[in-house]
Design a protein around this ligand. Structure first.
Ligand SMILES: *Cc1c(COP(=O)(O)O)cnc(C)c1O
Length: 372
């Protein structure tokens, strides 16, 4: 290929990206970021293979920064940093897989419980890890049905329970009530259970609001996965998984030739992702995130009110930026990259989603309702 052709291709992809970005309202992905300062790092074959808390013979790594990111996320999830273990993943799916893997190893042959509204990655992971599982009904608002959960666990009382709790479902932003889940486990005198929290989006919202639903280790979870490319914002998909140090100590295995403890799911891992998340944390600080989250929630509330003012029944869960409304015409779904499911769709007021964008989505919904 000629140099001109190569440049043409890059230019074409860039133009497509630029054309779509003003209409990016349906995915929980923040496009408000600038990591230009990190570009020089792209000139090295950096690799974070192995346990970020152990020694690696592969020296071009960012394990130190990765540890800082894990510690910061652990504290946000209300686990003292010195009790935490975790790593920077490729996204929410890998974090869920790791949490469920730890749960399976600790419980030995558990039954896993998760709701209908749980992210599709979880069922796939349970298949891959060969974990027996029971899907629990959801309530209309997307929360797990606690009666169905109680009954299902009761039938399998003799088997340890691995519960996957949603801290913000994908479609409705619903949060499963951790206190009620513990209540059920206690009521049934379950001898052993493990809770993995899937907090892909809301894990970065709840630490920064005044009145959060229970979400963290102080509410008795055993592991949590959050996404890096969602609220934090990243040009490459990434995430963070955090669990307790005492758990992973039982799982790791030393691999001599790279000189690392093999505690992560994957081998070679991105050394750039930890830098990206660290950079965002360093730039905004906790106070910055408090403001970003407040503004997102404000825009979400604005959206609900404006939809309703125009006769479209929209709603959102408490502390959620996911605004649910009746599915509009395919044109509107396509134009705004809305994520539809059956008769609903949602828009998500990420930091780049302005009130003006919300107004335009509503105008389009009015002009092209579902019937046309
Ligand atoms: C997005 C999401 C995931 C998966 O994240 P990926 O980064 O795409 O792997 C998992 N759970 C929930 C609730 C999500 O919204």
């Amino acid at each position: 290929m000629s140099q001109a052709e190569i440049e043409q291709r890059i230019h074409r992809v860039l133009s497509e990206f630029e054309a779509h970005s003003p209409f990016f309202a349906g995915y929980p992905v923040n496009q408000d970021f600038d990591y230009t300062k990190l570009y020089p790092l792209l000139s090295y074959p950096a690799n974070n293979v192995g346990d970020p808390f152990g020694f690696s013979r592969y020296l071009t790594n960012t394990h130190e920064t990765e540890r800082e990111v894990v510690h910061e996320v652990a504290e946000l999830m209300r686990l003292p940093a010195d009790e935490a273990w975790g790593y920077v993943t490729t996204g929410g799916t890998e974090g869920n897989m790791y949490g469920i893997y730890v749960g399976r190893e600790l419980l030995r042959n558990p039954v896993a419980y998760f709701s209908q509204d749980t992210h599709y990655s979880v069922l796939k992971i349970l298949h891959v890890l060969n974990v027996r599982n029971i899907m629990i009904r959801s309530q209309e608002n997307g929360e797990i049905d606690y009666d169905d959960l109680r009954e299902s666990i009761r039938i399998n009382r003799d088997v340890p329970a691995l519960i996957v709790a949603n801290i913000g479902t994908t479609m409705k932003g619903a949060i499963d009530d951790l206190e009620r889940i513990h209540g059920i486990a206690e009521e049934l005198s379950l001898p052993r259970y493990y809770i993995h929290a899937d907090a892909a989006l809301s894990g970065m919202i709840l630490p920064f609001v005044d009145d959060p639903q229970p979400f963290g280790f102080d509410s008795g979870i055993d592991s949590i996965a959050i996404s890096g490319h969602k609220l934090i914002g990243s040009p490459v998909p990434c995430g963070v998984v955090v669990t307790k140090r005492e758990y992973t100590a039982q799982i790791g295995r030393a691999i001599e030739y790279v000189g690392v403890l093999d505690t992560t799911l994957l081998g070679s891992r991105s050394a750039l992702s930890p830098m990206i998340i660290w950079y965002a944390f360093a730039k905004h600080g906790r106070e910055g995130y408090r403001q970003i989250v407040a503004q997102m929630l404000d825009t979400a509330e604005y959206a609900v009110q404006q939809f309703n003012a125009h006769g479209i029944p929209a709603w959102r869960a408490k502390n959620s930026v996911t605004v649910v409304f009746p599915r509009p015409s395919p044109y509107v779904v396509f134009e705004w990259q809305l994520a539809p499911l059956q008769d609903i769709a949602h828009l998500i007021t990420m930091p780049h989603v302005t009130r003006e964008m919300v107004d335009k989505v509503i105008a389009d919904c009015l002009e092209w309702p579902a019937e046309t």
